[in-house]
Design a binder for this molecule. Sequence first.
Ligand SMILES: [Zn+2]
Length: 692
Amino acid sequence: MAAGGVTTGSAPPAPAGPQAAPADGSAAAPSASHTQWAPQMSLAEAGIVPDWIDATVDPCTDFYAFACGGFLKTASIPPDRSSWGAIEIVVKDAEDVLHDALEAAAKASAGDPTIDKLGAYYAACMDEPAIERAGAAPMQPLLDLVAKVSDGTTAAAAVVALHAEGVFPLFAIGPQQDFADATQVIASIDQAGLGLPDRKYYFENKGTMARTRAAYLAHLTRLFQLLGKDAAAARTAAGEAMRVETQLARLQQDEVVRRDPHAVYHRVDRVGLETKLAPSFPWGAYLAALGIPDVTKISVHDPAYYTRIAALLKTERPAALRSYLASVVMRSMADDLSKPWVDEAFAMRKVLDGVKELPPRWRRCLRNTDRDLGELLGQSYIKTRFAGDAKARAVELTRAVLAAMRGELDQLPWMDDATRGAAKQKLEKMAYLVGFPDKWRRYDFEIKRTDFAGNVQAASRFELARQLAKIGKPVDRLDWGMTPPTVNAYYDPTLNELALPAGQLQPPFFGARFHPAVNFGSTGGGTIGHEMTHGFDDEGSQFDADGNLREWWTKPTRARFHDATRCVVDQYARYEAVPGVHLDGKLTAGENIADNGGVKLAYQAYQAWKATQKPPAQVEGYTDDQLYFLAYAQSWCDKATPEVLEKRAHSNPHSPPRWRVNGVIVNQPGFGPAFKCTAGAAMVPGKACSVW
Ligand SMILES: [Zn+2]
């Protein structure tokens, strides 16, 4: 079949119009420049990658294979990555841009404190001879803390000291908006301290879990050997660490349980921890060591957990506790040490992710710089990759999708008026951050050109202090949870806010000159609509307009919402991630609801937007509605190793790319008409799930 042809499109493309164009740039039209499209565009100019399409596949039978088949047939995963596709192409572009910026910054002092700081950090990370000379020495102070453990009291003291250094055995602490009062930031203590991707790996045998568990034990053994233990002693220590971790895993909450905010929010407060739940743990010393001695308002994920781990510290053999704590230290620092440690950390990633080769040092250093100085690094990214009217276009798209949700709320048949009013209020209050922060963060810690591991520790301590300093202060809605080059986006239900980093607003997802149907399909549906729908998914819907965990739904409407959600849960549970490993319909429910709602709402948004514009450009072989769905699907063209696909199925709430496309397409009312599919085709099965 001819390139660009679609099964339904052997006839000339249907005209995209006719649309009544407003005589002038009426107020409804978001911006005048959008009306200046060339009448014709090539597929590539429109923002679709022609070579990724497999025109031999009928889009009505398998839309993913149609949109991405060309890509899947020819692409190969680079040996130093675990997947390759649209996302990684943007990631790689950001890496290349930032690599140049960092190399230049590292060479000479620019007299600019931002650039000098980045340069010093990156230079220290790239200085392999210095890192080899340091060996494991940077870890020694933490291991010395662990060596002092001789009973329950000294074990608790070691936990306190490690947390103060940003290493988190047993549990972790951070700030959280109080679910009951979203104007307040309180302390949140949550389960932590496992080395495998999910608690299930410690005692279940699905897929390759048993093999992965054995590989992890071998990895811990080798870490203890690197520490200087002989083979037998290393095996013993690894076995003890594994036994402690397995106990913790059994005490920890399952990720599906944790999707219920009520399950992870318990305002026991400091008094509850000190007098009832875990009086043997030195909470006063703990909070003082973290620099927050006066904090009293504390939520814990599960009160019983703290009673049990306090008991574990008292009853477990001190040698086993030392092994566990040492293993947490080694796992958290191995990447910052000399080559044998880096190689060993990578050996475990190989097992979990199927990646074949260690990424080059510069890429690892770039990732560290993004983690530790992200908003400094992001500034050079913004200059080269988010200039011009990109931000204005993205804001315009966001408004259009929000408007479509407003329209949807007006007509949803399953929602009663009381709930509808509250839902509209939530939408009105939903805030959005686009591209990059209005005000860049500061990084007030010392960076030494000669001490990479020290820089990482300084950054980690600084970030912990910055986070904990939020406790007791008013909520800052302008603080970003992702750095500008990040190719991702998020919705925070406690802030009722979505954030779209510049990294996500790039080709092939988004282009200021792309065909509008493409921007609406990929960024409007896949990103903005997706994140916005999270505000109304099974989890987000439990928070009100202000971010309070409060039931604002009437009982009958909530019951109908549950039924609609169950349809999605059952649908995705039928899909396989890799042969023999099914998706967890409950774990992935929120993301699947967001995918489905996002694509549906942005489609409506596009139709409404189009009605206010001159006819959009025509693209040979495709109608604009077809381009919409094609753009969404191509944003998920991706090839991943079987290892990473299986790992995500066990531990990640997102469905794999194939199902993020086909699982969504079968539920889209607009898809069948757009591709003129006959009813009953695989992509138009007749029975659809619909939440939003
Ligand atoms: Zn999501």
